[in-house]
Design a protein around this ligand. Structure first.
Ligand SMILES: Cc1ncc(COP(=O)(O)O)c(C=O)c1O
Length: 412
């Protein structure tokens, strides 16, 4: 991957006198100039509400928003009417669950299968709403190394034939990539929902060839603005589903005693959308497509292999997840005797390295890591370094040097 630093203004920042080493990409990525300038140009020249007015500015806004939808549709190999703009992955998954309940897609007695390594966005809606609506949620528990889901863990549920299988394609904690093709083979008759918040930034997903029913992801984790995401859904589902949000734009006819809905995808897009954000998202996809997703994936895998090797050499550092090619882009670890918040704070203050610390919105997984941990005290959290297109091996060297120095200061 060529050096992209000139495209990312934030990378010229100094953090306490050090160059910024940004390794918190799983939380959100930096934004390239092209995306920032595109959004700024839109606000300066075209901004008006979409779909509602006949004047020039509104037509321009609408055209740009619909262009972004087409970019996203072709990116996923879907149709425009299957692309719903949401505020992000969390909103997309909540929309699915709520709409399923309202449409009778899930009801008392039905079985939903998720994994124990999910981000709360794909955990809490199922678990919480199952309490009110009587369906059951079952968990694929990882039996592999530190939270790694093995094939046998999936196969255990094959005969169970759950109505819905909702799974992350890439753990935001262990960095494990889950093979969606294999998942579909194991559960051919289930409604397959994929949380692609972490995979999408570095791997192209063809929703048709993988036969995915629903797919959710966020713009801000792949160079786009925050507050924008995608819910992809097969048209046949959307046609039969009750919308989650009611209001303007999503209706066809409204009378005192009846409401009919707009055509797809507008039926699921009530209210004024994040117009500039959506347009910026389209620009982000264009930027990534120019780099090429094969190149992006190779770059992320090569950084991960290098980082796993270098980090494993640090005595007292416990690394989570698989230690093979399933581990991509995200590495969680703990240093014996140093709380992850302290480690993250010192890496920032002394070395300019931005990493994330905490439970990463995956508390059930934290309790699984605790069981296998060899640390004297497991802190119910980890430090997490995550890589993207502008990172290089030197960033990893600085991270490793930082951890080694902190280890010496703490005398652990
Ligand atoms: C796997 C996964 N799913 C869902 C989310 C939620 O994404 P958002 O906060 O953009 O809605 C995240 C965010 O970190 C994530 O890592």
């Amino acid at each position: 991957m060529k050096n992209l630093w000139d495209d990312f203004p934030a990378l010229s920042r100094k953090i306490n006198g050090n160059r910024l080493v940004y390794l918190d990409n799983a939380a959100t990525t930096l934004k390239p100039k092209s995306v920032i300038e595109n959004i700024s140009h839109f606000y300066l020249n075209n901004f008006a509400n979409v779909h509602r007015a006949v004047h020039t500015l509104s037509s321009e806004s609408t055209l740009k928003l619909e262009e972004a939808r087409e970019i996203l549709a072709s990116f996923l190999n879907a149709n425009g009417e299957e692309i719903i703009f949401t505020s992000g992955t969390t909103m997309s998954i909540n929309m699915i669950v709520e709409s399923f309940i309202r449409s009778g897609f899930i009801k008392e007695g039905d079985n939903v299968l998720i994994t124990a390594i999910e981000h709360h966005a794909n955990f809490v809606p199922w678990v919480r709403l199952s309490k009110f609506f009587g369906f059951s949620v079952h968990f694929i528990k990882p039996t592999g190394r530190f939270g790694t889901i093995e094939e046998k863990d999936l196969l255990k549920f094959k005969e169970f034939n759950p109505k819905i299988v909702s799974v992350t394609a890439h753990s935001n904690v262990t960095g494990q990539v889950i093979d969606i093709e294999q998942l579909r083979k194991i559960f051919p008759n289930s409604i397959l929902i994929v949380d692609a918040a972490q995979l999408m930034p570095h791997e192209k997903i063809d929703v048709k060839s993988l036969d995915i029913d629903f797919l959710a992801f966020s713009a801000h984790k792949m160079l786009g603005p925050s507050g924008v995401g995608i819910l992809y859904a097969k048209k046949e589902h959307l046609e039969n589903m009750e919308p989650f949000l009611y209001g303007g734009e999503m209706i066809d006819k409204v009378s005192f005693d009846n409401v009919t809905f707009n055509e797809l995808p507008y039926k699921f897009e009530a209210g004024t959308p994040n117009i500039a954000g959506i347009i910026g998202f389209g620009e982000a996809i264009k930027y990534l497509e120019t780099l090429g997703f094969d190149n992006i994936k190779n770059h992320i895998c090569s950084l991960t292999t290098y980082a796993l090797k270098k980090l494993s050499e640090i005595k007292g550092l416990e690394i989570y997840g698989p230690m093979d090619e399933r581990h991509q882009g995200i590495i969680s670890f703990n240093l014996e005797g140093v709380h992850p918040h302290d480690l993250a704070h010192l890496l920032d203050e002394k070395f300019g390295v931005a990493v994330r610390s905490g439970h990463h919105c995956a508390q059930p997984l934290m309790s699984i890591l605790k069981q296998e941990s060899n640390l004297k005290v497991f802190p119910y959290g980890t430090c997490r370094a995550s890589f993207y297109i502008y990172n290089n091996n030197e960033d990893i060297d600085i991270l490793v040097k930082g951890i080694k120095s902190i280890k010496e200061w703490f005398n652990v």
